[in-house]
Design a protein around this ligand. Structure first.
Ligand SMILES: [Zn+2]
Length: 199
């Protein structure tokens, strides 16, 4: 998400085209003060509808093999194409967080997992997402290649491809996992890996 700016709609530039019109009556939304609201909002001047724009939840897992390795995918789609990340995706409106974790992991890796402890919650403000990362036990399935994942393979804690990880949130989750399972290992400093991330 390069050069994210907050435009006249109060949302990141990339989001602005999606919040132009009232979803109730179709009039153009206006950004400004709204009675009863503590901050400026996108609201409809015709029908009064307030369009609240909030981050979305991305549900991910760190599938762990019996040997204690973490399964990552080499992403086949943007953002982060060609880079490594844990499996995951947006929570759907009709499922629980746990169901999403199981579904997304199966779709992207071919592995069936049982989500365990939540490793962490990671905000990525420019991308307007919150990423939840579950540690997950692999209980079945087999590695598959999909459009979303060019390659799927396990990495030992000491072999994480730190400089080739797709997202800042993935780096943070992987750092937290390594710190938990192998506290003896030196962790990369986020600043040394800093660059533009997709989310
Ligand atoms: Zn309206």
């Amino acid at each position: 998400m390069r050069n994210v700016r907050y435009g006249p709609g109060g949302v990141p530039d990339w989001l602005e085209p999606m919040v132009r019109f009232c979803s109730r009556c179709g009039a153009a939304l206006e950004f400004g003060p709204v009675a009863g609201e503590e901050r400026q909002r996108l609201a409809c001047p015709r029908c009064g509808f307030i369009f609240y724009v909030n981050p979305r939840l991305v549900v991910t897992t760190l599938p762990i093999t019996e040997a204690g390795e973490v399964v990552l995918i080499r992403r086949g789609i943007e953002p982060g194409i060609g880079k490594w990340a844990q499996p995951g995706g947006f929570l759907e409106i009709d499922e629980t967080v746990r169901e999403a974790a199981i579904r997304e992991t199966l779709e992207e890796t071919g592995l069936r997992v049982e989500p365990g402890a939540i490793l962490g919650l990671y905000s990525r403000v420019p991308a307007a997402v919150v990423v939840v990362a579950f540690e997950a036990r692999i209980v079945g399935g087999s590695y598959t290649v999909t459009v979303e994942a060019q390659e799927t393979r396990p990495f030992a804690p000491e072999a994480i491809p730190w400089s080739d990880v797709a997202f800042e949130t993935s780096l943070r989750a992987l750092r937290d996992w390594v710190a938990k399972v192998r506290p003896d290992l030196a962790l990369p400093h986020m600043a040394e890996l800093s660059r533009d991330y997709g989310g």
